[in-house]
Design a binder for this molecule. Structure first.
Ligand code: IMP
Length: 429
């Protein structure tokens, strides 16, 4: 029963949605298992653009069961908006969407905390979160006392828990925001969330049991990672990370499906690098080249619309995340974006305190100090958006792919040369 996982190997926004959408045809179940509405997946189909945050990209295939598993944090208002938006455009959202009763719920106090706390204790540099309440919700999950899960919204003591938690949150946050009392109204929160709960009820299920049954029944499962492995809470560029396990290690904890069932891991990378928010980024090009990549790649956040920081491909970082995530094959996205550049640089090592290193540093302070060691490759300077076979790519584009593959130690299986489904090259075809 083959299960596949799709993992972003950089700082997110690697265009995983397109790969998930393409691979969905070969699977029966598509699972989101970590993160929340901080993620933004863009799927372009038949000239139409769809932006998804929480709903798995498999939703466009009515035959496929979509699962939002227990490791995800759910903002019910934004999820309902997404569901309504899809339904309004004729996409079926019914029994084909399942939400875990174990998933933790994002409440208004989480949004307040996200805005109040970001940057308070990270040495002055804000994490630059998406302000979707993600970190505070995961903090409450781990802290346990104030956590409310989707399944809790249907229990008799839901009102009491809202009242107690609102009171406690007001007390805790009053030192940071005197007006917090006026912003958190337990009665209104209870009313709003009871309404959300009612509307979400048809989708709520024990997804862990469902997925374990599906695995045993031999169904083909596709795990859709959100964010990228360098944002992993345990293995990323801490503290400039998201609050879940966004590398391959999160599949099992977030979904409840043992890791040994994942038989193929597709690592998704851009042909260059981008990052949104704070934190070190060794190959960043805060210059005309970075701007050219940003403009050509439309590198503005799907969720927050923030301009993304852009730079050269970093093989040290991706070799690390490919190994960490157990990647079998690579999908190289947005290869058409650097098409105009006369030459491309690839970071093959770092220099730290006069030493050449190829292991990704654990400490952000070290990562801030590294000097990238670059190899320069000639560009191809021609339009590749109509190319459909690797052999038809310009020689310099083929050489670029070969070098990336060598440095990461994984074969390139998929190359994307444009946003549409059709603009995809499968190696070996
Ligand atoms: P949070 O996930 O909103 O707490 O944000 C933490 C960090 O992760 C910030 O730097 C965000 O910009 C980044 N981040 C979160 N989700 C995404 C994503 O889907 N793509 C890229 N960056 C993300």
């Amino acid at each position: 029963m083959p299960a596949t996982s799709v993992i972003g190997l950089q700082w997110g926004d690697e265009a995983k949605g397109k790969i998930v959408d393409l691979l969905t045809e070969q699977h029966d179940v598509v699972v989101r298992y970590q993160g929340g509405a901080n993620a933004g997946h863009t799927v372009v189909m038949g000239g139409q653009t769809y932006k998804l945050s929480l709903v798995p990209s498999g939703i466009f295939h009515p035959r496929v069961q979509c699962v939002v598993a227990g490791g995800v944090v759910i903002d019910p208002a934004s999820l309902l908006k997404e569901i309504d938006g899809l339904a309004g455009r004729g996409v079926t959202v019914g029994k084909n969407l399942m939400l875990s009763d174990r998933a933790h719920v994002i409440f208004p106090w989480h949004f307040e905390e996200d805005a109040l706390l970001d940057g308070l204790c990270t040495g002055g540099e804000p994490i630059g979160t998406t302000l979707r309440g993600i970190g505070p919700c995961y903090r409450d999950k781990v802290g346990r006392s104030f956590a409310i899960r989707l399944g809790d919204m249907y229990r008799d003591d839901f009102r009491r828990r809202i009242e107690q938690t609102t009171r406690a949150k007001i007390q805790m946050l009053a030192g940071l925001d005197e007006a917090i009392k006026t912003k958190l109204d337990a009665e209104k929160i209870f009313r709003d969330y009871s309404g959300y709960a009612e509307r979400l009820k048809p989708f709520v299920a024990d997804t862990t049991a469902y997925l374990l049954d599906a695995v045993e029944a031999g169904k083909k499962i596709l795990f859709e990672g959100a964010q990228g492995a360098l944002l992993d809470i345990d293995h990323g560029t801490f503290p400039f990370v998201t609050s879940s396990n966004s590398s391959g290690v999160g599949v099992s904890s977030g979904s409840g499906v043992p890791a040994r069932h994942v038989t193929k891991v597709v690592g998704v990378i851009k042909a260059y690098t981008s990052r949104v928010g704070g934190g070190p980024f060794p190959t960043e090009q805060d210059n005309a080249t970075g701007q050219q990549i940003r403009d050509r790649g439309n590198e503005y956040g799907t969720v927050t619309k923030r301009p993304r920081r852009c730079g050269w491909f970093d093989a040290v970082a991706v070799r690390y995340t490919a190994r960490l995530s157990g990647v079998d094959v690579l999908a190289v996205m947005l290869l058409d974006v650097p098409s105009e550049l006369p030459e491309l640089k690839v970071c093959v090592a770092y220099e730290l305190d006069g030493r050449r290193i190829t292991d990704f540093p654990a400490q952000v302070d070290d990562l801030r100090r590294v000097q990238p060691v670059y190899e320069t490759l000639p560009g191809w300077q021609q339009d590749i958006t109509e190319v459909r076979r690797i052999g038809d790519l310009p020689e310099n584009a083929q050489n670029y792919l070969t070098r990336i593959s060598e440095l990461i130690g994984r074969p390139v299986e998929i190359v994307s040369v444009g946003p549409d489904r059709e603009q995809t090259i499968f190696a070996g075809k």
